[in-house]
Each structure stands twice: as structure tokens, then as C-alpha cells.
Write a protein that binds this ligand. Sequence first.
Ligand SMILES: C[S@@+](CC[C@H](N)C(=O)[O-])C[C@H]1O[C@@H](n2cnc3c(N)ncnc32)[C@H](O)[C@@H]1O
Length: 479
Amino acid sequence: MLQTQTIFCGDNLQKLRELPDECVDLIYIDPPFNSNRDYETFWGDTKEKRAFEDRFGAVEHYIAWMRPRVSELYRVLKKTGSFYFHCDWHADAYVRVMLDQEFGANGFNTHIIWRRTNAKGLASKSFPNNHDSIFFYTKGKEHTFNRLYLPHSQKYLDDFYKHVEPGTNRRYRLGDLTNPNKNRPNLTYEFLGVTRVWRWTRERMQEAYENGLIIQTKAGAVPALKRYLDEQEGTPIDSIWSDIPPIQPQSKEGLGYPTQKPLALLNRIIEASSNRGDVVLDAFCGCGTTLHAAQNLGRKWIGIDISPTACRVMADRLIDKCRLREGEDFYLRDLPKTSEQLRKYPPFEFENWAVTALNTVLVNGHAIANKAQVRDMGIDGRVYPATVAKERQKGRNLFGEMDRWFPVQVKQKDKAGRPDIDMFETAMKRQGREKGFFISFDFTSDAIREISRALREEGLEIIPVTVSEILDEEHSYKV
Ligand SMILES: C[S@@+](CC[C@H](N)C(=O)[O-])C[C@H]1O[C@@H](n2cnc3c(N)ncnc32)[C@H](O)[C@@H]1O
């Protein structure tokens, strides 16, 4: 049984190996290139610029890292399925060669150019690099393909659909009725005083003429076919996509993730290469654009991402934008659950996990981890009383300022010590907060003494919360 409407948290290489052969209709991936840099600029914070680990180094390493993943994706793709790989100039040439090898020479379908922005980098001595490449491959000839159209441009309408039919007001253009093959004696005859090799037989021409579909603009002119605008589907979408703007920092759709792709882009791919009820897979799904689009379009979906924070963000996106209920309409699986796993997290992941997981033990409040944009020295998140949290959700002002909140500090340490508590006190005072939450694996007795002193002497209430209390949901904390 294939589990769909599910986000799996973990390395896609491992997760994909757990999926059966040929179970997915459409795959879209947008992997990070060469390092986990994109991901860290988002989830990391600007206050402590974290050195990122250049995980794959050179292009060859990137390709060597991608290849087994592509090979697993190929395995899980149905024979009628389609595969889209989104990348940019850094590695597109190498990716294309690798995909040709993995999908076989006949697998390549289209190289789509997605024009992202307008004139960037004009200062350098080169042409601004303004596009991404999306490689479209299929496993077999019988793949699903729904042709998509864009409305004709005004210029096209003005240039070609110049005629308006009196009475009906229908716009039309003149279509050629002559035959490109000049050697068709059967179709060579005189019609309305003009002798040509025609496309149709005399009888068919006559019938069309009597139905008002053929027009002769003046005596002696070559008769032409009326092609009505309202019968045309528009301009077929080709391999150059320049009508979908990228997500701008201020756009409504933006979640603050630098490589977030627009819904319109994923809508197009999903509509072209799948039908309602088909299964769509994104194995690097970031903040969940593919899942959001697939859900809206009535497809089944599977998402995989290695970042627990990204998984949480997509789950919240599905709840917020698609009105889904977690645990009923969709599932979030394999989030790490033990202290040992959490000790191995990268620090920024741990912070995000801790602040979000604090919600499981909070009563009447909601904790939100800081985003990269928020520069709160010494604070990793905020707890809002339930009433304020509701208002924030309604106003969709997720990262905005509201005055009733309590700071959260996280230390990924076996035992947080007195200096850690001292620093948090300073941050609390700077922010004018009388209450705050401090999360760590444990606390030294000095730290606990300092917490009591701060309450007694300065009226600062610091609530120490251990990871195991969160995992075991042992205590609950009133806000
Ligand atoms: C460029 S982002 C995808 C953005 C996405 N298209 C969107 O619109 O939100 C790449 C994602 O791949 C994830 N990732 C990186 N390595 C991974 C791996 N081995 N397995 C699963 N996900 C991975 C990162 O956590 C990141 O969220």
C-alpha cells in the first residue's frame, strides 16, 4: 500500500528505497546545489552567521551524490510517468548528461527555460543570468501529457484577428485554403473564379462557403477560411516560460524561503503531466510548493525533506492554505523522536525543533521559532499567549511584531550552565520581558540556583524546560 498525503522527514535516498517500484505518476525535484547553503540561509539566523558545510564540493561530487537518488526516482516512477529536474547554470549541463544516462537516450522530452527575473547583475561583464533549467524526462512513450495554452497576446490579436463578422461580432482571422502540395490534380479546380490546388474537395469547399465559413474579400481575391477566435484555445505553451514571475520577498505567497518556487510553476507542471487522482512526488520539497499545488489540483502526493523544520513549515502550510487536518487529511512521518537523534541535529535545526516542540507542553500559548529576518539577540523564539496567537493567525502577520510575548532560548547542551542563564537574563531585560522559557537537555545546579535568584531578586521568571520533558510530555506550562 502506497502511503500518500504524507510528508516523510529524512534523507530521500533512504526514504525512496522504502517505496515500491513504479508507484508514482509524476516527480518534480528542485535539489539544492553543491551545498546546503540555501537551506541554511533560511533556517539559520543572521545573528550568528553559521558557517555552512560545503557538503558536496565540486560538481562531480554533486552529480555523484544525485545519481543514486535519480536512479531511485526512476525506479519508483511508473512506465507512463514524467520526471522534472529543476536546476540552474551551476550544474545544468552535468545534470542533463547524468539524466540522459539514467533515463536512457529516449527519455529526454523537453528542456524548459524558466525566465526568473529581469536584468540582474548588469554590473558584471556578462549577460545577466536570468533563467533556470527544468529538464523534463519520461520513462516511456505512453506518458500523460495535457497540452496547455496561454491566452493570445493583444498584439497577436491585433495583428491576426483583424476581422469582425457583421451581425455576430465574432472575431476571426483568414486561414489559407490552398494546398502546399502542388501535385494534386484531383484538388486542382476553379472556385469563386480562382484556380488553385485546394486543400479540400470541391464539394467540401462549396458546403463551407454556403455555411459562411469561406470568404472572398474582393472579386478575384483568393478565397480564405474564417478561423474564429472563440474556437481557438490560445497559444500553446512551449519550452520557454516567461510568464511566471518568481516569488518576491514581499509577495503574499512568500514564506521567506529564498528558493521557494511559485505555485503557478508547479500548477503548470502538474496540470501538464498528470491527471486528477494521480500520485505526485517531490523528494526535495522545501516549503512544500509541490504538495500545495498537487493538493489544490486534486492529485495524491508524497513529500520528502531531510529538514524537520521544513517538514513542519509544509505541514503548517497545508493546514493554513489548504485547510487540511494533520493526522486526518495528511500525515507527517518520521520526525526524530529521541534525545540521541536530537543531539546530532545541526544547531539551527535543533533550535527550530525545540521551539516548535515546546508547543506540545504549553497551555494557552503558542511558540514560534525565529525566522532569519528577525534579529533578536539571544532569543530563539517567542511564546505568544493563545489570544494573541489567534489574532496573528487571522492577520496572517506571522512574523510581525505583537507586544505580548515571552522569549524562548535554546541551548543544545547536555547541561545549560549559569553563564547561559545570565545571558538569557540580559536578553530578557533588553527586551523588557518578565518571563521566558529556556530549553536544554538538562541544567546544572548552579543554573537552577541562578533561576531562583533571578525570580526572587529581580522578578524575572525563567522557566527551565528539558528536552525529555518535551519528548515525554511530562509537564505542561501555563503561559
Ligand atoms: C531548493 S529547496 C526546495 C524548494 C522547493 N521547491 C519549494 O518551492 O519550497 C531543497 C530542499 O531539499 C532538501 N534536501 C536537501 N538534501 C536532502 C536530502 N538528502 N533528502 C531530502 N531532502 C533534502 C532541503 O532540506 C531543502 O528543503
